[in-house]
Design a protein around this ligand. Structure first.
Ligand code: NDP
Length: 280
């Protein structure tokens, strides 16, 4: 049987763990897929993705900096991709491409299923209003926390993001508001660091008083760059998680969109964590 072709497209893309994750899903489920990585020229995303589809590709993941452009190329998109303004998954349907964004649902699954923390009724603080913050907000709201605050270094970007999600928040009965980093509020049950602070070697972009006793603190970053945040959260008495679980869960959702089969994520996450630890 010929394998169906998929790939992750980005620039840079060499670091991507997606090929290893999807290969593991394929082995586990018996789905015949061949998943590669394609480096796109910065001004050549559209041409590269169209060439891949013409050559028989069935779909792709899209990473930085092309997630916004990917959404514009699709004939139809999911509500969560529309709210995010960006897509990380394309399916090359014959009648027109479908765009989706699986980052947010990946984060919610990691928090609720892997960490065992239900979001309904909780107070949630999301720090960061860039691409990652925009990608996770819709699914976080759909999990119906009592309150969600988006805090960002440039408060105006948080306000814009909150305005775009106002109707969605209302539909899910969530109190949604924006803040600057100096006054994000205190005593949140869940902190999501969707800012690039860890990439810059900073432990946390906010003070420890944002954490309620026994809070969960999640950094979307993983590997060595996430370690200062994880240490900060532990020192503050919180449970801490890096972004590896979200990475595997968002991949599983893409796999489901393409293949209609939902892989088991726990063994894949465990193997990925072990291989990262061995390489450190
Ligand atoms: P963007 O460049 O789009 O946005 C960066 C955000 O971080 C902005 O809100 C910016 O604020 C803020 N920021 C930057 N530096 C600091 C700082 N020192 N202190 C506080 N805030 C800061 O990046 P992305 O949103 O795409 O990515 C953010 C993080 O999420 C990255 O670490 C990325 O690796 C991770 N990520 C992880 C994923 C996963 O699957 N685990 C998926 C996607 C992203 P301002 O607006 O003021 O500039």
């Amino acid at each position: 049987m010929t394998a169906d072709r998929y790939a992750v497209l980005g620039n840079p893309v060499a670091h991507s763990r997606s090929p290893a994750i999807h290969a593991a899903f394929a082995r586990q489920t018996g789905e015949a897929i061949d998943y590669g990585r394609i480096l796109c020229p910065l001004d050549g995303f559209e041409a590269t993705v169209r060439d891949f589809a013409t050559a028989g590709g069935r779909g792709c993941n899209v990473t930085l900096p092309f997630k916004f452009e990917a959404l514009r190329l699709a004939a139809q998109c999911s509500e969560r991709a529309r709210l995010a303004g960006a897509a990380n998954t394309l399916r090359f349907d014959a009648g027109g491409w479908l765009a989706d964004n699986t980052d947010g649902v990946g984060l919610v699954r990691d928090i609720e299923h892997n960490a065992g923390v239900p979001l309904a009724g909780r107070r949630v603080l999301v720090v960061g209003a860039g691409g990652a913050g925009a990608g996770v907000l819709g699914p976080l709201l759909a999990a119906r926390p009592a309150e969600l605050v988006v805090a960002n270094r440039s408060a105006d970007k948080a306000l814009t993001l909150v305005a775009r999600h106002a109707a969605w928040a209302q539909a899910h009965t969530v109190r949604l508001s924006a803040a600057g980093l100096d006054v994000p509020g205190t005593g949140f049950d869940v902190l999501v660091n969707a800012s690039a602070s860890s990439l810059q070697g900073q432990a946390s972009p906010v003070g420890a008083d944002v954490l309620a006793p026994g809070a969960l603190a999640v950094d979307l970053m993983y590997g060595a760059a996430a370690e200062p945040f994880l240490a900060w959260a532990h020192a503050a008495g919180a449970s801490a998680r890096d972004g590896l679980g979200m990475l595997v869960e968002q991949a599983a959702e893409s796999f489901f969109i393409w293949r209609g089969v939902r892989p088991h994520t726990a063994p894949v996450l465990q193997a990925l964590r072990a291989s990262l630890a061995a390489a450190a």
